[in-house]
Ligand binder design. Structure first.
Ligand code: UD1
Ligand code: CA
Length: 474
């Protein structure tokens, strides 16, 4: 359903994403480089979708099947066969819009900080100005390599001159072309057909369309953005880092406004889509990446790294590395724990210092407090795995499972050689190598019995004395 009053012309959006991204020096298409864990193109598509356009066309190169694969439902792909410039890319996009009559918004896929509010404002400005084209401009302290807006003495728009084509005095201009436009389709089509590549890059510049429309006496409006950050295009990895930092701060700001305390935003890294509940404290040097969710009233960090992790409410994750795991409410993790894929800590469980757990379930209130490796194990509730326990889960060929029941108390330095089951309420003696099942309630002892050799020290001393007497004689 369109958000615009019925009197508005239909809207199509074309997003340009076919560029070679040469300055990225990469084998990955530029628009798939990630900003906060997500291809930059996805943000531009999001902004376009908020306008509920009739058509949404993404222009890609012919080899860009990876881009096609990430497009959400409702997006169409148009292929630009040769990279002849942004004007040619829009031509390719319009190829998919044959017969379309209305407004055509053109966005660049490498401007990922563009957002819903801005594109809505641009469209409004376009309608209010009854223009054939409306383009976004900005005044930048450092106009860098952007196309410059050339105006006449009365401030009227004349043309856009690309940095590479600009004369020295034109390079002094601080008003730039952001690369977000709306055109009337009937004005855009013929102007594109007339483009020539007689410029420094030998390309068909979309920006030259503006000059042509003005020459034809059509109205071109400008929409100035005061959000310098939003206007940034990503052409190199330096710009990728700057834009990523801005996006990250935007995401953190959203969390803070929703009731999350971020101790040090400068060292807290959150990916797009990460959720954190209210009254949770994110301490310094913390990464929450991928599809990570943290509940309410929890504390994460300092120095924690979570990727695709779910953490419940009132949990603590201190200086630890977590990946593809579920940490229940009121759990305690770390410091220095490594929680690997397919691990579940049920409510109130603990994985303490120098503990590694993978593909295991630790039951409610069970504890693995120190120096242990638990792999392919199911531990019941209220059990305690003492210091330095190892599940020997791999026999050199296959992984085997360990089952530890409820209310189990293992002794320190127990090695559990899987497959094995330790029954409910059972114990193991410290230093045991458990190779057989321990029945419920039993104590498994599997270690050499201690033997004390009385008077050993005296015998040793006597032997040493004899040895030195022999040497003196020789
Ligand atoms: C472009 C503008 C410049 C503006 C800047 C804003 C032109 C000629 N110049 O320059 O005025 O200040 O953006 O960021 O438009 N693309 C294609 N096919 C092509 C070439 C490019 O799809 O043949 C796509 C790219 O993938 C990219 C976008 O168009 O998403 C912009 O192209 P890019 O080469 O980055 O243009 P800039 O030099 O940044
Ligand atoms: Ca660019």
């Amino acid at each position: 359903m369109s958000k615009h009053p019925v009197s508005r012309p239909p809207l199509a959006v074309i997003i340009l994403a076919a560029g070679l991204g040469t300055r990225m020096k990469s084998d990955v298409p530029k628009v798939l480089h990630e900003v906060c864990g997500r291809p930059m193109l996805a943000y531009v598509i999001d902004a376009a979708l908020t306008l509920s356009p009739e058509r949404l066309v993404i222009v890609t190169g012919p080899e860009h099947d990876e881009i096609a694969a990430m497009l959400p439902v409702g997006c169409e792909r148009a292929v630009q066969h040769e990279r002849l410039g942004t004007g040619d890319a829009v031509r390719s996009g319009l190829g998919a819009l044959e017969g379309f009559d209305g407004d055509v918004m053109v966005l660049y896929g490498d401007v990922p900080l563009v957002h819903a509010e801005f594109v809505a404002g641009l469209l409004r400005r376009h309608h209010d100005g009854a223009a054939s084209a409306t383009l976004t401009t900005a005044r930048l302290a450092d106009p860098s390599h952007y196309g410059r807006i050339v105006r006449d003495e009365d401030g009227g728009m004349v043309c856009i001159v690309e940095y590479k084509d600009a004369a020295e005095d034109q390079r002094e201009i601080d008003e730039i072309n952001v690369g977000l436009y709306v055109f009337r389709s009937e004005a855009l089509r013929p102007a594109l057909a007339r483009l020539r590549g007689d410029n420094a890059q030998g390309e068909l510049y979309l920006t030259d369309v503006i000059h042509q429309l003005l020459e034809d006496g059509l109205i071109v409006a400008t929409f100035e953005s005061d959000d310098e950050e939003m206007c940034m295009g990503v052409n190199s990895r330096v710009e990728l880092a700057i834009v990523s930092a801005a996006m990250r701060y935007r995401l953190l700001e959203r969390l803070m406004l929703a009731g999350v305390t971020v101790e040090d935003p400068g060292t807290t890294y959150v990916d797009w889509g990460v959720e954190v509940g209210r009254d949770t404290l994110l301490r310094a040097n913390t990464h929450l990446l991928g599809r990570t969710t943290v509940g309410a009233g929890s504390e994460v960090g300092p120095g924690s790294f979570l990727r695709d992790a779910f953490v419940g409410d009132h949990a603590r994750v201190v200086t630890s590395h977590l990946c593809e795991c579920v940490i229940g409410s009121r759990c305690s993790v770390g410091p220095f724990a490594y929680i690997r894929p397919n691990t579940v800590l049920a409510e109130g469980a603990k994985a303490g210092t120098f503990v590694e757990i993978k593909n295991s379930r630790i039951g409610e209130r069970s504890r693995v407090p120190h120096l242990s490796y638990v792999g392919d194990a199911i531990v019941g509730c209220d059990s305690n795995i003492a210091a330095g326990n190892i599940t020997a889960n791999y026999d050199g060929f296959e992984k085997h499972a360990t089952h530890i029941g409820d209310n189990v108390r293992t002794g320190s330095d127990t090695t559990i050689v899987a497959p094995v089951t330790v029954g409910d309420g059972a114990f193991t003696a410290a230093g045991s190598v458990i190779t057989e099942d321990v029945p419920p309630g039993a104590l498994g002892v599997a270690r050499g019995r201690q033997r004390n050799i009385e008077g050993y020290a005296e015998r040793l001393a006597a032997r040493r004395r004899r040895g030195s007497a022999d040497r003196d004689d020789s």
